[in-house]
Design a binder for this molecule. Sequence first.
Ligand code: FES
Length: 156
Amino acid sequence: MAKRQTRPAGPHILYVCRTCPRYEPPLPAGEVGRGEALANRIKDLAEDWPLAEKIRIRAVNCLGGCLNPCNVSLGAPGKTRVRFSRLGPDDAPAVLEVAGAYFANRDGVLAPEQVPESLRDRLSALSPPQIVRGPMKSVRARSGFVPAQIARIGDS
Ligand code: FES
């Protein structure tokens, strides 16, 4: 059996899509979209967050989940990247909670019990790190956590 390769965990980043919802009509001037509102809420909450020094928060323009706004993603070198979709500003506390679980997790493959219940059906993508070889199936098998959307894509 091949020895499992790991890299030391580097900077952890919580990405928040500020552009969502991309496909809804433009807002009146001065109004803030849901993605921007989610990013703002997360940043506000993170001011008193014990992990603020460990996990960077970055507002970005797209996370590839445009059809299911709003989206956040967690990533770190050597870890599986995870994305959650269909979020709103009220989900900010749960997003920070799962970011903490992701930080503490060795490889980023979260078990269901490590994901706040309100987010469990909104995990929309797992992207293996480059060091992980083989099909997506291997990541799913390790996690035991197969969101319906991923199962449909991977099993087709
Ligand atoms: S615009 Fe938000 S994920 Fe693409």
